[in-house]
Design a protein. Structure first.
Length: 269
């Protein structure tokens, strides 16, 4: 699910870029290891030549972009001298000449690349370059938000596990003073994190679907319905539907109440 949502962010950014600039072809992808980008999202392509292409650091225009962690461009891909040419066949099969590549960098780590291209050997103007960089920043922000959400969820889970171990350990301690101190620590953890022991076999009072959780996470990050729709690859009406459903389950009357209730229930970081 996280990979699908992140790919949707890339897809939405590429579509916005193509609509706003007139670039004939836009494409891009994300990395799982920081060294290889796999092209998974394309718009405007007339052949399948680029889909699934694995771009390695240092190879081709995208690889140069990865290595330098900055935007790069060529006016005529086939004759460009400052890039290597491992990917000439798929690029030329798509008929691309002028190509630009913009890295997606989150906390100094390259996470992907966005490309824009023309089928003529024309310089890519400053306005188009700026739009591509802005599109990359949008994706970077969304990735950073999701990274932070996952980090907080992991921290919360670690705290929950530690809390459970302390509750299991405390009754076994024979020293009354030490036992009391352990219970006091449990109490502080409860106050700090909202952690509460759940009766065995009892499910949480509220259960949101993955999409409802994604929409609420976007709302918690300050996104409007339209922005959330673009980043999740959904329509605004679908986002509204998920949000209404989540609000109903949480007994919330407003978006803010829904976020607060979800956090109290441990459904959001």
């Amino acid at each position: 699910m996280p990979e699908q949502v992140e790919s949707a962010e890339v897809r939405a950014a590429l579509l916005r870029l193509r609509r706003s600039t007139g670039l004939q072809v836009v494409f891009g992808g994300l990395s799982q290891d920081g060294r290889v980008i796999r092209i998974a999202e394309l718009s405007g392509a007339v052949t399948p030549a680029l889909r699934g292409l694995a771009v390695s650091t240092g190879s081709g225009l995208g690889g140069r972009c990865l290595a330098l962690s900055r935007p790069c461009a060529v006016t005529d891909y086939a004759s460009a001298r400052h890039i290597t040419h491992e990917y000439d066949r798929p690029v030329l099969a798509e008929g691309l000449r002028s190509v630009m590549a913009v890295p997606l960098v989150v906390r100094r780590e390259v996470r992907g690349v966005l490309y824009g291209a023309l089928r003529d050997a024309l310089p890519i103007g400053e306005r188009v370059f700026d739009a591509a960089v802005a599109a990359a920043r949008d994706v970077e922000q969304a990735l950073a938000v999701r990274d932070e959400a996952r980090r907080r969820v992991a921290e919360r889970e670690e705290m929950r596990l530690a809390y459970g171990e302390l509750r299991e350990l405390a009754p076994r301690v024979s020293d009354p003073e030490l036992r009391a101190r352990l219970w006091a620590v449990c109490g502080r953890l409860e106050s700090a994190s909202g952690t509460r022991p759940e009766p065995e076999g009892e499910a949480p009072a509220v259960a949101l679907t993955p999409r409802e959780t994604d929409v609420l996470a976007m709302v918690a990050a300050g996104a409007t319905n339209a922005v959330a729709a673009g980043r999740l690859g959904l329509s605004p009406e679908t986002v509204k539907g998920y949000l209404r459903s989540a609000m109903r389950k949480l007994g919330a009357r407003t978006r803010l109440e829904a976020v607060v209730s979800a956090r109290r229930a441990g459904l959001l970081p």
